[in-house]
Design a protein around this ligand. Structure first.
Ligand code: NAD
Ligand code: UDP
Ligand code: UDP
Length: 316
């Protein structure tokens, strides 16, 4: 007999997943972490291995999986452009076949399933800030499409399983999230700038650096995901989860240089194709449905993130 909820986290050995596993264990759950270690590592969850309620399974979600669980957080998918463009066909398979398998599992076990979707479903948005009713401006055939369209199709599958089979779904549209345990070489802007600053290398601004992003600290994000999973079946989402504080990439670079006391200089590099110009979540729905909003300011979150990368850098 199971008293504690049995919760599966796919992509649980990744950056966000590892914090989610930790928080769920703290709440008393049994956690099954499923990962193929493409971008995640055992190191990210090494501190959880001694917990008898934690289990780590190597598995690729593009293949069927038969386990008995109560909740599924489906996070498996590489998230940084470098990683998701490394094997774009596998990225689409992970999002689409992965969603089909996890939804099939949710249907059979009557588990609730939360899908980690993304602000990328809005593409290069024509409205600002982005609210959930916006359908997006996505290039279906560009280098980012394997990720964007894969995630859009995963949302479609969630809503079709919900309408067709009554599956309990929760779709979270996650905006740029940062914190410790980001992969140091994943090319994402926060990890790149901090590593460049710590090494005294040039800080690479793609384009003129005037494009904007809104950065959410990982603790805030995880709290939002758990609150969404805990809602009753009337709440399906999609719900934006992110921090509405909006910064230009140049402002972020200047802040990282200041906070690390680095001698690094800012240099301009070509802007990647289809790079969104602006991004900022409208979080009204999350505030109303979840009573959630972010609490960690960029400077405070960066301080913890810089401390993590400093330890990595000095240990290397
Ligand atoms: P991450 O790369 O650190 O984590 C993804 C995890 O999924 C890794 O552990 C990886 O090994 C695993 N994985 C990849 N393909 C798999 C497969 N086929 N089978 C099993 N495991 C697989 O990235 P993250 O930033 O922690 O992102 C987690 C989720 O959140 C992803 O779905 C991502 O799309 C979504 N998301 C993240 C952000 C962000 O800013 N970090 C923004 C929007 C959405
Ligand atoms: N699936 C799974 N685990 C389960 C139940 C289903 O991995 O516990 C997979 C199953 O192999 C199938 C997919 O999920 O490929 C979709 O399942 P569903 O029952 O919706 O479709 P069907 O099996 O009828 O194609
Ligand atoms: N970026 C940058 N320099 C870098 C890495 C990223 O200027 O070294 C820019 C990138 O072009 C984009 C923004 O920072 O405009 C965020 O990039 P990231 O890859 O982190 O996430 P995403 O584009 O998916 O939001």
């Amino acid at each position: 007999m199971h008293l504690a909820p049995r919760i599966m986290v796919t992509g649980g050995a990744g950056f966000i997943g590892s914090f989610l596993c930790e928080r769920l264990l703290d709440r008393g759950a049994e956690v099954l972490c499923v990962d193929n270690f493409f971008t995640g590592t055992r190191t990210n969850v090494a501190h959880l291995m001694g917990n008898p309620r934690f289990e780590l399974m190597r598995h690729d979600v593009t293949f069927p999986l038969f386990v008995e669980i109560d909740q599924i957080y489906n996070l498996a998918c590489p998230a940084s452009p470098i990683h998701y463009q490394f094997d774009p066909v596998q990225t689409t398979k992970t999002s689409v076949h992965g969603a089909i398998n996890m939804l099939g599992l949710a249907k059979r076990t009557k588990a609730k399933i939360l899908q980690a979707s993304t602000s990328e479903v809005y593409g290069d948005p024509e409205i600002h800030p982005q609210e959930e009713s916006y359908w997006g401006n996505v290039n279906p055939i560009g280098p980012r499409s394997c990720y964007d369209e894969g995630k859009r199709c995963a949302e479609t599958l969630c809503f079709d399983y919900h309408r067709q089979h009554g599956t309990q779904i929760k779709v979270a549209r996650i905006f740029n999230t940062y914190g410790p345990r980001m992969h140091p070489n994943d090319g994402r802007v926060v990890s790149n700038f901090i590593m460049q600053a710590l090494r005294g290398e040039d800080i690479t601004l793609y384009g003129d650096g005037q494009q904007t992003r809104s950065f959410c600290y990982v603790d805030d994000l995880v709290e939002g995901l758990i609150r969404l999973m805990d809602t009753d079946s009337s709440v399906t989402g999609p719900i934006n989860i992110g921090n509405p504080g909006e910064f230009t990439i140049r402002e972020l670079a200047e802040l990282v240089v200041e906070m690390t006391g680095s001698p690094s200089k800012l240099v301009n590099k070509p802007l990647p194709q289809d790079d969104p110009r602006k991004r900022k979540p409208d979080i009204t729905r999350a505030q109303q449905a979840l009573g959630w909003e972010p609490t960690v300011k960029l400077r405070d979150g960066l301080e913890k993130t810089i401390a993590y990368f400093k330890r990595l850098h000095e240990g290397a």
